[in-house]
Design a protein around this ligand. Structure first.
Ligand SMILES: Cc1cc2nc3c(=O)[nH]c(=O)nc-3n(C[C@H](O)[C@H](O)[C@H](O)COP(=O)(O)OP(=O)(O)OC[C@H]3O[C@@H](n4cnc5c(N)ncnc54)[C@H](O)[C@@H]3O)c2cc1C
Length: 472
């Protein structure tokens, strides 16, 4: 028996019938994720159903020195699930139970393969609220959200996934299980191990159970839309809203290209031909919501908004919010390849960042539309391109390099929510510096000395040389 077959037999003994995939045609489907341009083929995929199975798979992988790549729905945008060195993909689609909704402690405990939107639905039926709502929530899993520390459209007021993870179970590279946190609102026993695993992108441990904090469901919600003839005016309105001590549930930005694409795609009645649009929502007690929405409308008008409309009904509000969720699908129809990026700056530098994106697009002759979470300073410059054209892809890469450099120069970061994965790791040193990278490597070495957990991700081999960004 060939050495490769030994581990395969062992894997088939761990997975149930039909839970292990090895046919080359089937494996190809697990060789990519939502990030264009990255491919790899795993040696096997196993659909796990329990923590014990995950432990056995990791022990097997360790014995045979095989990479282990955790996979939720593969919607990440940083190449995080691409099996660059082959190995075993541990797929969580079948480990997807909501284990407990604890109304006394306001928590929900789930397995990693539960879809984010299913958590929303289950808790909202009981008048409870799980705020993080990534644009992909209908298909992304909570395990993937935790591993990426995913954000969402409500991040400004409610924070990101990590703000709701109270405790988790993680299988270490040794196969041992570590339990962190729990249902205690206050818990400072030792280093914050929960936070260590949140955002670790499957490189430090495999999460098999998560306890999330819940809030009471807000009783009322209103949505408003403002359009602007200049990006700067929209950015100034964002700054005025924040400075006026209003913390909206959602404050999203769409540029001219994105608005046009969404309208072509979804026909929701958005005004095309304007330079920028802000989509604003507030939730909470009705008098507070009404007051905040009216004040936001006034501030937008004072900053020169061409038009401000407050949704007449919750249904109209939902329709407008859905328009924002369509942004990526709408843009994706324009060219064969869509690269959705994730540069983030302090909110006061938003207009400068949008201008830097526009400059980079012009200089490198590529098409970039921008939308994103304006209230968080988290922008998604989205390049419409064709990965089959190597010359164009070189220009795209140069444009994004310039964009990330500009973000860091403005006091921002190379990713606000999509993670580092494969695609951003050579930029990580720009953000963390050599000392920061040293700490990161020490943590990885301590927890995964043989490097079997999602190898090739997050931890950079080299750091890119910074190009000098000229302002033209
Ligand atoms: C249309 C679209 C909209 C999006 N909108 C947003 C948005 O608004 N905000 C945002 O933050 N992101 C967004 N994303 C990115 C993506 O959806 C998120 O990163 C999401 O958290 C990934 O979840 P997933 O289940 O698909 O995880 P995957 O893509 O399968 O995995 C992501 C990472 O998590 C690791 N992982 C998965 N499960 C586990 C586990 N159980 N234990 C340990 N590691 C694990 C993987 O190894 C990988 O590194 C969007 C993506 C798309 C395509």
């Amino acid at each position: 028996m060939a050495a490769g077959e030994v581990w395969l037999r062992e894997l088939e003994a761990i997975g149930g019938p039909g839970d292990v995939v090895v046919r080359p045609g089937d494996l190809a489907a697990y060789g990519y994720d939502a990030t264009p341009g990255y491919r790899g083929v795993p040696d096997a995929v196993v659909f796990v159903r329990s923590t014990e199975q995950v432990q056995e798979v990791v022990r097997l992988a360790r014995r045979h020195r095989l990479p282990v790549i955790a996979r939720g729905s593969g919607t990440n945008l940083s190449g995080g699930t691409v099996p660059v060195s082959g190995g075993i993909v541990v797929a969580f689609a079948r480990m997807n139970r909501i284990l407990e909704i604890d109304e006394a402690n306001l928590t929900v405990t789930v397995e990693p393969g539960v879809l984010t939107a299913q958590i929303h639905q289950a808790v909202e039926e009981r008048g409870l609220f799980y705020p993080p709502d990534p644009g992909s929530m209908a298909i992304s899993t909570i395990g993937g959200n935790v591993a990426e520390n995913a954000g969402g459209l409500r991040g400004l007021k409610y924070g990101v996934t990590g703000d709701y993870v109270m405790g988790l179970d993680a299988v270490l590279a040794s196969g041992e299980l570590v339990r962190t946190g729990g249902k205690n609102v206050k818990d400072v026993a030792g280093y914050d191990l929960t936070s260590l695993f949140v955002g670790s992108e499957g490189t430090l441990g495999i999460v098999t159970r998560v306890t999330l904090k819940l809030l009471p469901l807000p009783e009322y919600r209103r949505v408003a839309v403002a359009t602007f003839g200049a990006v700067e005016a929209a950015a100034r309105a964002v700054s005025r809203i924040i400075a006026a001590r209003i913390v909206p549930a959602t404050l999203e930005f769409l540029d001219r290209g994105t608005i046009g694409a969404v309208e072509d795609y979804a026909h929701v009645g958005l005004p095309t031909g304007v330079e920028a649009m802000l989509l604003m929502a507030q939730d909470g007690p009705q008098p507070v919501v009404d007051r905040d929405v009216e004040r936001m409308a006034v501030l937008c008008r004072e900053e020169g908004a061409l038009d401000v409309q407050v949704a007449a009904s919750p249904q109209e509000g939902d329709r407008l919010m859905a328009a924002r969720r369509f942004a990526l699908s709408a843009l994706a129809r324009r060219r064969p390849t869509t690269i959705l990026e994730d540069a983030t700056v302090p909110r006061s530098r938003l207009a400068e960042m949008v201008r830097a994106i526009q400059r980079a697009a012009r200089r490198h002759e590529v098409e970039i539309c921008t939308f994103g979470h304006a209230g968080d300073g988290n922008l998604h410059p989205t390049c419409l391109t064709d990965e089959r054209d190597p010359a164009e892809m070189e220009r795209v890469e140069a444009a994004f390099e310039e964009i990330f450099a500009a973000a860091v120069d403005l006091g921002g970061t190379i990713t606000g929510e999509h993670g580092v994965g494969l695609s951003k790791r050579s930029y990580l040193g720009w953000k963390l510096g050599e000392t920061g990278l040293g700490v990161l490597r020490a943590v990885k070495q301590a927890l995964d000395p043989e490097g079997i957990l999602n190898p090739g991700k997050v931890v950079p081999e080299t750091t890119r040389r910074r190009q000098v960004v000229r302002s033209a």
